[in-house]
Design a protein around this ligand. Structure first.
Ligand code: MG
Length: 302
């Protein structure tokens, strides 16, 4: 099943969308007392799913405004650095970052985990923006996002997928100069609007997360093209690593890393500028599209 969070007639709602992505059915019309929060759908999915059969014509998807699926995650978004080999080589080659260690070859020896602030989340169609006085090296990173469905601590690889509720597209927008200057990635990854996600989420049964084509265009130029089978650390490894001593909760999000083709990998680098359009697709997960806005005065709609 596919679900979206959306704005219709002034109200935030959560709905099911059909496979053709033309109609949405509000869940609250099917499930009494539903809270209109996708996190509550994730938490209560085993009890709710039996009610999720549309009974009317629904609402045309073109008549609603799509919000981020999880507009304000409860916890920071967990992210993975340098998790595709070619992307890792890009960083090594330009001397930008040596966090995988000088003797470890091109690939990190263990997953590099960092986080983004929940306040960085925006929807497809909303602008990404920043203060030119703060950063002048903003970059895109197309990634597969994993949504945890079942809480767990000390989750073993073999059990990892049973803790996954669904998947979505994430753009891990990054201020490279802040990432480099501050030696720790949180600041350069967490600026307002730096985590576009969506347009919708698909439940785990809908996609094969180990064989998804991922592509990213900037102004119609294909910059990133890869398959999730090439992740250095696969999803079970990431879940096992993160949950070793941290309890993962329903609704927690893991962004699995980006492949080669980011702006800083070019010579000279191709950083984003106002008016640029970022468009990301992943098999079965739709298209996430965001433009670079001109200034800080543009507020989020959702
Ligand atoms: Mg990333």
């Amino acid at each position: 099943m596919k679900f979206i969070t959306f704005l219709h007639n002034g109200s935030h709602r959560v709905g099911i969308i059909d496979p053709e992505q033309v109609t949405v059915w509000p869940i609250a019309d099917l499930v009494p007392d539903f809270t209109e929060d996708l996190l509550d759908l994730v938490r209560g999915f085993d009890d709710i799913k039996k009610f999720l059969t549309p009974t009317d014509d629904g609402i045309p998807l073109n008549d609603v405004s799509i919000c981020a699926p999880i507009p304000r995650p409860e916890h920071n978004i967990l992210c993975v650095g340098k998790n595709y080999l070619e992307h890792s080589k890009d960083f090594q080659a330009i001397g930008f970052d040596q966090s995988s260690g000088p003797t470890s070859g091109d690939a990190p020896e263990a997953p590099i985990i960092f986080t983004k602030a929940p306040s960085s989340v925006i929807a497809t169609g909303e602008p990404v923006y920043w203060s030119p006085g703060v950063t002048q090296q903003v970059d895109y990173e197309a990634e597969l996002g994993v949504i945890i469905g079942t809480a767990g601590r000390g989750i073993r690889r073999a059990d990892a997928y049973s803790h996954v509720w669904g998947y979505m597209i994430i753009n891990d927008v990054t201020a490279r100069d802040l990432q480099k200057n501050h030696k720790q990635w949180f600041l350069g990854k967490s600026q307002d609007s730096f985590c576009p996600m969506g347009p919708w989420v698909a439940t785990a049964d809908e996609v094969d997360p180990e064989n998804l084509e991922l592509r990213c265009w900037i102004n119609d130029e294909l910059r990133q093209s890869a398959n999730t089978r090439d992740l250095i650390f696969d999803i079970p490894t990431l879940i096992e690593t993160i949950s070793a001593d941290i309890t993962l909760q329903p609704g927690d999000i893991i962004s699995t890393g980006t492949p080669s083709g980011v702006g800083i990998g070019f010579d000279p680098p191709k950083f984003l500028k106002p008016g640029d359009e970022m468009r990301i697709t992943i098999d079965g997960l739709g298209e996430l599209c965001n433009q670079i806005g001109p200034n800080l005065d543009i507020g989020a709609a959702c």
